[in-house]
Design a protein around this ligand. Structure first.
Ligand code: SF4
Ligand code: SF4
Length: 445
């Protein structure tokens, strides 16, 4: 049985796409309108170094990586090399694709059986573009090829208003070519504060029209839409992440969440995980189908397993999701990790409040004072940082007391996002033990 330790949703820095979907939410439209960045950005670090940065020993075990471009994922010229290296390390790799880059799919189908069993392709089903570009046949050929080669897959259509007039055609094409209906995802205004639905139809009608696809994926997204998560403790930043493949920036979640660490340079530095905790700023979980159903980032929330949202059983009895993926999609990442104690949650929340320029509560002040007292029994402590956390510690804790004596030195770095870069610089200047503020509680115990 495979145990997935963490989940990484990876941004692939490619803006190029061979399609021009009118509902494109991932950025390709910018390129079409001539406003976007370059067609792709080369990775800042060699793929071998990127792979070394995410080796299972550093991450605590085998992990699941989802790769998605701002355009067509497979069109980034370095992505296949990175995928190969991830698979050889034993990780599970899912790729979001429009299903038309045949050379990439052929390559994945030609891998060894064990590696193939760790590949999942999300075939985005862009019906009108496939028609317009006369690529329907190529698309379904690639889906069949992947299925027959033992790759796991799902076929997913955007439930857009533009697709409504074609629903009967889409259902027919699905039944003729797949033997089952596709799954559905809802388009949304990703860049708006409320991440609203992108439909002009009354919501009741929108839901009724699309319910005929019987998609558990669509249903779960609707069920969690509008449910704020800021009263819950989220383990994003420890069990799940957003990882920019361009530069190795590891974030707790999307958009304005905090950077955990830049992990591609200094690959020998352990990753200092810090949970989002009570700081979810979204109006609802941005990708609840993954973060609840696959990750369990808020373990108290009950949800179906991810397998139910992705799989379909075909008329011949075969399934889109093959045994290895069935295994990991029938469990949650939270089941393979130990939840924080109340004290650990209190400490992480306090650090996050400092990071976000908020006053921590009295319980955190007591806890961090206790940590410093314990550390000061064996070390003379100094603070290094230029952020709110450093200011708060210097204003609220008696640092003169903690620094007094001629014990061995310890420096606590308060800018946790840059710790992996700051530590070697400080290490060249002093022989003090250098730790991140994130680790003060565990180091003091
Ligand atoms: S295939 Fe994907 S990336 Fe390309 S235009 Fe359509 S939605 Fe955007
Ligand atoms: S969007 Fe979901 S995963 Fe991200 S911080 Fe909020 S609850 Fe956690």
């Amino acid at each position: 049985m495979y145990k997935i330790k963490r989940f990484f949703d990876c941004q692939v820095p490619v803006n190029l796409c061979n399609f021009e979907c009118d509902y494109c939410t991932v950025g390709q439209w910018k390129l079409v309108q001539g406003k976007g960045p370059d067609k792709y950005t080369p990775f800042k670090f060699p793929v071998e170094q990127m792979a070394a940065a995410v080796r299972p020993e550093r991450l605590g075990g085998i992990c699941a990586f989802n790769l998605c471009g701002n355009g067509e994922t497979f069109l980034h010229p370095q992505i296949m090399d990175f995928i190969d290296l991830l698979l050889k390390q034993g990780h599970f790799v899912s790729i979001v694709s429009n299903g038309t880059v045949t050379t990439a799919i052929d390559h994945l189908c030609s891998l060894d059986e064990e590696l193939r069993s760790h590949v999942f392709i999300k075939f985005s089903f862009h019906y009108t573009e496939l028609l317009k570009k006369n690529m329907l046949e190529r698309y379904f050929d690639n889906v069949h090829k992947a299925h027959n080669a033992g790759l796991s897959l799902t076929v997913e259509l955007v439930a857009s208003d533009g697709n409504v007039p074609y629903i009967e055609d889409i259902k027919k094409v699905c039944m003729e070519n797949l033997g089952v209906l596709c799954h559905l995802t809802d388009p949304r205004a990703n860049t708006t504060h409320d991440i609203r639905h992108l439909t002009e139809m009354p919501m009741e009608e929108h839901l009724k029209v699309w319910s005929q696809f019987d998609s558990a994926l669509f249903d779960y997204r609707q069920a969690t839409w509008g449910q704020k998560r800021d009263k819950d403790f989220c383990y994003g930043g420890v069990w799940s992440f957003n990882l920019g493949l361009g530069n190795g920036r590891l974030k707790q979640c999307y958009r304005n969440s905090d950077t955990v660490q830049f992990i591609f340079d200094n690959v020998d530095e352990p990753i200092h995980f810090i949970p989002r905790g009570h700081f979810c700023s979204f109006p609802h979980c941005f990708n609840s189908h993954v973060f609840d159903c696959l990750c369990g980032v808020i373990p108290e929330i009950s949800s179906p397993y991810y397998i139910e949202l992705r799989n379909r059983v075909l008329p011949d009895g075969t399934e889109w999701i093959k045994p290895a993926y069935k295994d990991i999609y029938s469990h949650r990442v939270c089941e393979n990790n130990t939840p924080y104690t109340e004290e650990e949650k209190l400490y992480a929340d306090g650090v996050m409040r400092l990071q976000n320029n908020m006053e921590p509560d009295e319980a955190f002040r007591t806890l961090i004072t206790d940590c410093f007292n314990r550390l000061a029994e064996e070390k003379d402590i100094s603070i290094y940082g230029d952020n709110n956390a450093a200011e708060w510690i210097n204003a609220n804790l008696d640092m003169k007391k903690f620094a007094a004596g001629d014990k061995e030195k310890m420096t606590i770095v308060t800018n946790f996002s840059d710790f992996a870069q700051i530590k070697p610089e400080l290490g060249r200047e002093s022989d003090a033990e250098i730790i991140s503020i994130v680790d003060v509680l565990s180091r003091s115990r």
